[in-house]
Design a protein around this ligand. Structure first.
Ligand SMILES: *Cc1c(COP(=O)(O)O)cnc(C)c1O
Length: 405
């Protein structure tokens, strides 16, 4: 971009609020799973935003949707509906347990809507005392004050004054703790079916069964936060589809727009009816431009070929990482599902995940961490096999460097 402005990393510190600590690299262009920075250095993208760019960069189907809708109609207020939104809601209800959809712009907003709906449902159906939300340690649900308070890291929610009340955090996968805590005052249990930010931790099938059984027993709703696991990430359209249970409310964001901001909350007609006219809303939610892109994403992702491709690529990653590990002994475990993969650092490298990320950037591969002990990979669901091979070779060189010290 030709510009008289100073578009450097240093300028970030001059003009941006310091809540992020971005890398020195400033990418300017991407194609598929390759990205180039200002100096023309090329990277293989194993991060995909954070599980957002599910079809890589500049995917032709998404570029086409953006251009086509961009020349037709960008925005309307929610005093009118629009065709792309109706189509996307129809696709989502057709493909899932849900009968009703609410659109938002981010994961946090979809979760905010889910939590407000759960509270409203309980209040109207069962009375004022039924307000407890049970959530889990290490969970991540977004950064609005309600969602960050429901999330399982007090460090993220402390320091902003009085928090929303009646939220209880329990250890994840602990059936006994849940049995002990849940009561008729519980209005909802909220969880990620596979914790992402918290360290790539899968929910045990027995735990999920207990969540469903205990929620039913106490008339509480089950909210699945699938902001990270949804839209093909685990090899199913949504992760709940490979579990034995069905949630009452499900949220989706990240990959839903493939890089364009959009989110959705899905639920049943019976529950949805409690968000009556005027109870909740969003200026941009269900915007035609975002929904047109969401339709192109779903059309490209929600088919056998793409979803089976995710499982095949998962195997390539697992095999590749195990092979590297046999040589360098850095991971105690490689875990996760589909293309949401975590390498858990063993005790020798405890707390050093960020070093691996930085070394990988130097070798030309973008990756992520999930906490201080887990390196994370969330590449495009359609990343070319050759890019997996080349990216893992680069990642191996990065590991060799960290190991050599
Ligand atoms: C990223 C994430 C969120 C927050 O999404 P935003 O779009 O950043 O608001 C919520 N829940 C989970 C599980 C996430 O991974």
């Amino acid at each position: 971009m030709s510009s008289n402005f100073n578009l450097t990393r240093e300028q970030f510190d001059n003009v941006m609020v310091p809540n992020y600590a971005p890398s020195k690299v400033i990418p300017v262009r991407g194609e598929g799973s390759r990205v180039w920075d200002q100096q023309g250095k090329e990277f293989i993208d194993f991060a995909g935003g954070i599980a957002v760019n599910c079809l890589g960069h500049a995917h032709p189907a998404l570029v086409n949707a953006l251009k086509t809708q961009g020349e037709k109609l960008w925005h309307l207020a929610n005093v009118m509906t629009n065709e792309p939104a109706l189509e996307l809601a129809t696709r989502l209800t057709y493909s899932t347990f849900a009968e009703k959809v609410y659109f938002a712009n981010s994961g946090a907003e979809a979760n905010e809507a889910a939590l407000k709906l759960a509270r409203r449902y309980a209040l109207e159906k069962h009375g004022e005392d039924k307000d407890q939300i049970i959530a889990f340690e290490r969970a991540f649900h977004g950064r609005t004050f309600f969602t960050v308070s429901v999330g399982g890291q007090a460090a993220y929610s402390d320091g902003f004054g009085p928090k929303p009340q009646a939220i209880t955090h329990l250890p994840f996968n602990d059936i006994e703790a849940l049995e002990k805590e849940i009561s008729d005052k519980t209005c909802a249990i909220m969880l990620e079916p596979l914790q992402g930010e918290g360290g790539i931790i899968d929910a045990d099938p027995a735990f999920l069964a207990a969540v469903r059984r205990l929620a039913d027993k106490h008339n509480a709703l089950v909210i699945f936060d699938e902001v990270q696991t949804g839209v093909g990430r685990t090899g199913e359209l949504f992760a709940y589809m490979s579990t034995e249970i069905v949630p009452d409310i499900l949220t989706s964001a990240k990959a839903l727009g493939g890089g364009f901001p959009i989110a959705a909350m899905l639920t049943t007609t019976e529950i949805a009816k409690h968000l009556k006219i005027g109870t909740h809303g969003s200026t941009y939610g269900g915007n035609p431009l975002a929904c047109a892109i969401g339709n192109a994403v779903l059309e490209t992702v929600n088919n056998k070929e793409t979803l089976e491709g995710v499982k095949h690529r998962e195997q390539m990653f697992r095999d590749g990482l195990e092979k590297i590990n046999a040589k360098y002994d850095v991971f105690s475990e490689v875990r996760g599902k589909g293309l949401l993969i975590g390498g858990v650092l063993n005790s020798k490298y405890e707390g050093r995940a960020k070093e691996f990320l930085v070394a990988a950037m130097e070798e030309g591969v973008m990756s992520l961490v999930a906490g201080a002990n887990v390196v994370r990979f969330t590449p495009s669901l359609v990343i070319p096999e050759a890019d997996i091979v080349e990216g893992l070779a680069r990642y191996e060189r990065a590991i060799a460097k960290v190991v050599a010290g």
